[in-house]
Structure formats: C-alpha cells, structure tokens
Design a protein around this ligand. Structure first.
Ligand code: PNW
Length: 494
C-alpha cells in the first residue's frame, strides 16, 4: 500500500461515480403483490434449515412500497447512482407472459431515481429465477438462457428510453456453484455436473442478453458483475500450495473471466473439471456469443483467502481477530447439510492468517482488492478497453444501537475507508476503475443467513421498517459529496 493513501486525505479521480447497491429479493418484499409469483428463493426459503430462523424475502425492507423514501435518502446522502436489480418473477411470473403490473414498479422506481438525479444502474439477474423455469430444469436447461434474453428485451422495451446502464448477471459463480453444487443457495441442488452446466448456461444467457441489448441500444453501457476471490498460497515456495491457489483462482475467477473476456475456457480448468461433463453443454458458437464485447466489468470483492494442500495445524494462525460482538463464523449457520462449491478442489484447505474478520467470518484484506483490480486491468479488461466499477464491497458487523437510536459503526466505516484507499492505489497503478458501490444501502435479507447479518450503511428496523443512517452512511455521504476520502484522523469523522 502507498503510504500517502494509507491514512491521508485522498482525492478521487474527477467524475468518479458513488453509489450503493441492493438486490430485488433482498429488499423489495411484496412477494405476493401485483401478480408476482415465486422465484427459486421463495421456494428455497421454505426448505427446513435452508435459511436461518426460517426467514424469507416476503416482506424484507418493503422497498416495493417505500422506494420513494429510499430514493430521497440516497439523494440526501449525495449519491450519484443506485445499483438495483429487477425481479424476473415479477415481470414474467411464469417465465412466459409479461405481467404489466409488476413491470410498472420499475417504471416508477426509474422515474423517481431520475427526478432525484440518481443514475439507474440496472441488473437483470440477481438470483431470483422464476420457480416455473426451475421446474423446467433451471440453469441446467439451455433453454433458460433464451428465456433470459427475452426478459432482457422486455426490460429494455419498458425502460430503455431512461436506463443507460445494463448489467446482465450478478455473480454467476454464486448462482451456479452455491446454488447447484454446494446447495447453500437456491435452488439448493448438490451436484458438480449441475453447477458446471449452470455456469455455462448463465454465461450463454449473459452473451445472448448482451447481443439483444446491443442491437437495440448500441450506445448503452453494457456489462456484467462477477465476484472474485484472491487466493494466496500459504507457502509460495511449495508447489502443492501454489497448485491449490491455481485451482481456486481457476474455478472461482477464470472459469468466468476467460470465456467472457477471451472467448475460451482456461485449459487447466477444463482439465480439473473434466470428469463432470462441462464440455457436453458447449455447442459450436457458444463461446462467440459468450464473449460478445462488453463495456463494463463490475467487480464485487469482499475477501480473499490463504489456501494450502494441507489442513492448518491446530493452534497456528489462530481463528482471526474478532471484534467484540462478532460471532464465530457458524454460530448461527443454517443447519442443512451442504457441500463444497468448487467442483474440483477436493483437498484444498483454507488457512486463517490471523486477520480481522467481519460478522460473516470473512477476512478484512483491502490490499487484496488492489491486487485484484490491477491484475484484471492487465490481463483482462485493459487490452479490451473494458472499464471497471467496484459494484459491491462492504461488511457485515453487528449493529450496536445507542440509547438515542444512533448506530456508530466505526468498524464498517473503517472497512469501506480501507477498501476505497485500496481502490485508489489500484487506480494509481493504472487500473481503469470509474466508480464504487457500497453494499448495501440498507440492511436486508442476507440470503441463507436471513436477517441475522447487517451490511447496510442505513439500519432497518424490521418491526417498524424505520430507516436510520449509520455513522458509516453519514461519512460515505461526505465522501460522495466531496469526491474525497478524508484523512483517517479527521476529527469531524462521524
Ligand atoms: C454477494 N460467498 O453475495 C451478493 O451479490 C449480495 O447479494 C450479498 O448480499 C453480498 O455479497 C454479501 O454476502 C455473496 O460465499 C454471497 O463467497 C456469498 C459469497 C460471495 C458473495
């Protein structure tokens, strides 16, 4: 890290875009309103033990009814953009015919954003596949990719006159491997071949979606968001540890990056996953569709990890440093049996480096974000003129609510501060990063962890639906307003 950016006042590049992100199923609620039908998350949430406390997104943050208040909040926080997703199951409740009443919500939301001078940054798929399509095979069925392209066209016909930024998919790694291989996310399947089939068909959906959008909106900003890990070998001099890191990087990052940005699957990954039938799904021409040029790569980064071919000796490394109040990683974990998300990384072990941990049990490692962005620039986006935005970064910490209702979340504030500084270090090293979206605007339905993990810079009281801006949110507002990260010892820090 650069000593100047480590603690001092940092000016961000002119025009840097500041935003926050949410996802439809995590915030909207109104799951049975205006003709919406079940998505795979509605169904998954009913499986005993799948989601902590048996929670679901039926009510969530009631953003469906409170979007005006939420947009006003973002305007007051001086934000420039709102990254949200549209619910496929609201728009095409059975995966087929359009539901005009559901579609109308996004019309209202986009108008409200524009009148508050917020840029609508629209994601088409943040994990809520219509259940009817899952019953036809879900992402293991090639046909789902074609249904996705139809849905993209529906959304473009409705909003293309007002929305200029389109993201096809959020984190296909999670959809494919948490959903179809580990079984921790919807639809909860546990199969290596299914995860790989899903990954390929998700990428096909992305490519078909980009083609359909490009044809209709040649000047729009089109892209997708991937989630990344930064896998470091425990012992960089041990070839077995280096190979463990290669496998994780391959099956997490490159299995998506290479088809989408280079038009080919990485040879080493194909070899690792050879027993599980990935190539059975790849037809002539698929990789050309998948690598249709994009304008923007959205980068979601939360943490990296140290990996080894050997398990960690007990006692070494420790369990990481947990701030007071932060639970052990699986104190409140769902109780359902799950497996590893990686199709071919048996025998790879993650080691603790003793770094501080968030309430998710994830390491706090901002320097990993610098390395990730610089690497993406050099190996993937730079040569193709693709811009990057950090489309998600943030942290869960337990809120301590003061007697006056205030939440002084210095832990979350420091996390975002550190990752913004890491982003600036990457920009200084040549990475073309044009904006940052904090995850999340609101505390929300954290998937299998239900409402037990809070990522918001704004607190949500789920009894009253009252919103309270946390210290991190007030601080982030000054960052967005001034385009400056204030010095860490700035005494005016909220
Ligand atoms: C992302 N993992 O999910 C999602 O885009 C958000 O919807 C979510 O709320 C946020 O990160 C925080 O979790 C992830 O297990 C979920 O590696 C799990 C993983 C990664 C990303």
């Amino acid at each position: 890290p650069n000593p100047d950016t480590a603690t001092g006042r940092v000016e961000m590049p002119q025009g840097f875009l500041w935003g926050t992100a949410t996802a439809a199923y995590q915030v909207e609620g109104a799951a049975r309103t205006d003709g919406r039908r079940d998505s795979i998350w509605d169904t998954f949430s009913t499986i005993p033990g799948a989601v902590i406390n048996g929670d679901d997104g039926t009510d969530a943050c009631d953003h469906y009814h409170r979007y005006r208040e939420d947009v006003a909040l973002m305007r007051d926080l001086h934000l420039g953009a709102y990254r949200f997703s549209t619910s496929w199951a609201r728009v095409h409740p059975d995966g087929g015919a359009v539901n005009p009443a559901g579609l109308a919500f996004y019309d209202r939301l986009v108008d409200e954003l524009l009148s508050a001078d917020l840029l609508p940054w629209l994601t088409l798929y943040h994990w809520d596949l219509p259940q009817a399509l899952e019953e036809a095979g879900g992402w293991t069925n090639r046909d789902t990719a074609y249904r996705f392209a139809e849905y993209a066209v529906t959304m473009h016909e409705a909003l293309g006159d007002r929305v200029g930024v389109w993201t096809t998919l959020n984190e296909p790694w999670c959809s494919a491997f948490l959903g179809y291989t580990a079984g921790v996310h919807a639809p909860g399947r546990q199969s290596r071949p299914d995860g790989l089939a899903a990954a390929h068909h998700l990428m096909l959906a992305h490519g078909l979606g980009i083609q359909a959008l490009r044809e209709r909106a040649p000047a729009a900003n089109l892209g997708l968001t991937l989630n990344f890990t930064v896998a470091d070998p425990v012992d960089p001099a041990d070839p077995a540890d280096v190979d463990a890191a290669r496998r994780i990087d391959g099956q997490f990052n490159r299995i998506f990056l290479d088809p989408i940005l280079r038009g080919e699957y990485p040879a080493d990954v194909l070899e690792d996953v050879a027993p599980y039938g990935l190539l059975d799904h790849v037809r002539d021409g698929d990789l050309d569709i998948i690598s249709t040029p994009i304008d923007t790569l959205g980068v979601n980064y939360y943490n990296g990890g140290a990996v080894s071919a050997l398990p960690q000796e007990s006692g070494s490394g420790g369990g990481g440093t947990r701030p007071e109040g932060v639970r052990e990683a699986d104190d409140a974990a769902p109780v359902r049996e799950t497996s590893s998300p990686h199709p071919a990384a048996d025998g790879v072990h993650t080691h603790s480096r003793g770094l501080p941990l968030t309430d998710m049990g994830w390491e706090v490692q901002p320097e990993g974000l610098t390395r990730l962005l610089v690497r993406l620039q050099e190996e993937y986006t730079g040569p193709r003129g693709v811009a990057m935005y950090v489309t998600e970064n943030g942290a869960a910490f337990p809120d301590v609510v003061g007697p006056d209702g205030a939440v002084d979340d210095q832990d979350r504030l420091s996390f975002i501060d550190g990752h913004l500084r890491a982003t600036k270090d990457a920009i200084d090293a040549g990475a073309d990063v044009r904006g940052y979206f904090a995850w999340s605007l609101l505390d929300n339905f954290e998937w299998a962890l239900g409402y037990t993990k809070r990522f918001g810079i704004v607190r949500v009281d789920y009894e009253t639906q009252e919103r309270t801006v946390k210290s991190s949110g007030r601080w982030y507002a000054t960052v967005a307003r001034d385009n400056v990260i204030p010095a860490r010892d700035d005494t005016t820090r909220p």
